[in-house]
Design a protein around this ligand. Sequence first.
Ligand SMILES: [Zn+2]
Length: 235
Amino acid sequence: MTDGRFSRQVLFSKVGKKGQTKLAKSKVTIIGVGGLGTVCAEILARAGIGTITLVDNDKVELSNLQRQSLYTMNDIGESKVQSAADHLRKINPGVKLKINKTRINENNIDWFVKGNDLILDCTDNMETRYIISDSCCKYKKPWIYASVAGAGGSIMFMHPKDVCLRCLYPNKKKGETASTSGIITPLTHFFASVQTTMAMKYLLEKKYNKGLFVYDLWNNTEKVLTVKKNPKCKH
Ligand SMILES: [Zn+2]
């Protein structure tokens, strides 16, 4: 903080010097380092989050470069978590990065949830989201659900004391993804900005806005849907 790296952010009254120190002590896990994950990782590294854990099993492909902003032509064929970490270290060497070249499953998820302050869902499939949700309920950890495709999507801050993914979608098998519905370049940057702002607000104030936020960027519309705990959900 002595080099003035965070001087502009510290000026913002909700952050301040104390808040910046809080961010430096925070630990966030990013599951999926694709369209949402690369932008979230970049924003959180620049914002001064102390420890960032990255989880992804994929390699960088040409079709990723349209939106996955940490990667360049030189990264094609390389591991996403390794490439992302190399770029993040150049952006802010003060961040502690933990990289995991693996795919999330029921057996490894707990390792990425417990001991962290917040989990960001930057995946593209419902199966993994249920695994994240169940583990976060088990350890009473908050996480941020985000789903994007085409020119829109939805996002929700999930706190186990409040609701879980099974309250929102008791049995949703499939969601739209970039591979099925396509995706425009600005979409992931927009959602990652919302997701990381929610993250910073929670890390700083332990506060979050309730509800499922649904954005359509093409038509410039926003809806907020109330989500209540499902009485049948045992979370
Ligand atoms: Zn629930």
